[in-house]
Design a protein around this ligand. Structure first.
Ligand SMILES: O=C(CO)[C@H](O)[C@H](O)COP(=O)(O)O
Length: 226
């Protein structure tokens, strides 16, 4: 079993009968959804919402009951991957382009469990280019404003054209190399009008389950919620 699958399946052990569950996006979340599908087939009764069309389709194929956002106020737990995470459970997300939906779903959950392999754990965030979802209108100005924050922003490409998120927006991948203060950067990003959402998750995750190549798990749950 690979390290992503190990972490993902361990997270599914936290799901109990009757829970409302947020389904993340990406190659690690894939394994969690697959395991949840197995447990639903065995009789586990849950309802779920998905953070992307891809995860929704996977859940549907596996028979996981999906509900609309109008049918639930809050979720009990969301299980999702991350591109980077530090010891305070601050995250960079959005490598798969689903950061806006992922943040809405995670913040609407009583608990967010992050699943990752050990390559995602860092001392300081920033090596992974920070995904920022921006509206197509006047994107040139928004990208220029992002560059003013000290990064090199690059609009994500997909299939020979500009990538569009499930929400019809562009993603600017912002290369910082190091982000000394994620909360300060988050505030600065939020003040740019063309920014819809950014991939810094601060004070949102409650616990991380990290799968290691030696087959063991590391639990990070003592993060200071900023
Ligand atoms: O934020 C995400 C998608 O927007 C993913 O959770 C993140 O990119 C990690 O992906 P993977 O599990 O494939 O490494």
């Amino acid at each position: 079993m690979n390290a992503k699958q190990l972490a993902a399946e361990a997270a599914v052990d936290y799901i109990q009968d009757g829970m409302k569950v947020g389904l993340g996006t990406g190659s690690t979340a894939y394994w969690a959804i697959r395991k949840l599908g197995d447990r639903v087939a065995e009789g586990l009764r849950i309802t779920a919402v998905a953070t992307s069309r891809a995860s929704e389709q996977q859940a549907r194929e596996l028979g996981i009951p999906l509900v609309s956002f109008g049918e639930v106020d809050r979720l009990d737990v969301t299980i999702d991957g991350a591109d980077e995470l530090d010891g305070k459970l601050q995250l960079i997300k959005g490598g798969g382009g689903a950061l806006l939906r992922e943040k809405i779903v995670a913040m609407g959950s009583d608990r967010m469990i992050v699943i990752a392999d050990e390559s995602k754990v860092v001392g300081t965030l920033g090596k992974f280019p920070l995904p920022v979802e921006i509206v197509p209108f006047a994107w040139e100005w928004t990208v220029a404003a992002l560059a003013q924050l000290g990064c090199i922003p690059e609009l994500r490409q997909g299939g020979g054209e500009l990538y569009k998120s499930d929400n019809g927006n562009y993603i600017a991948d912002c290369r910082f190399e190091i982000i000394p203060s994620p909360p300060e950067l988050a505030l600065a990003l939020q003040s740019i009008p063309g920014v819809v959402e950014h991939g810094l998750f601060i004070g949102i995750a409650d616990m991380a389950i990290v799968g290691k190549s030696d087959g063991t798990l590391q639990i990070i749950d003592n993060g200071t919620k900023a």
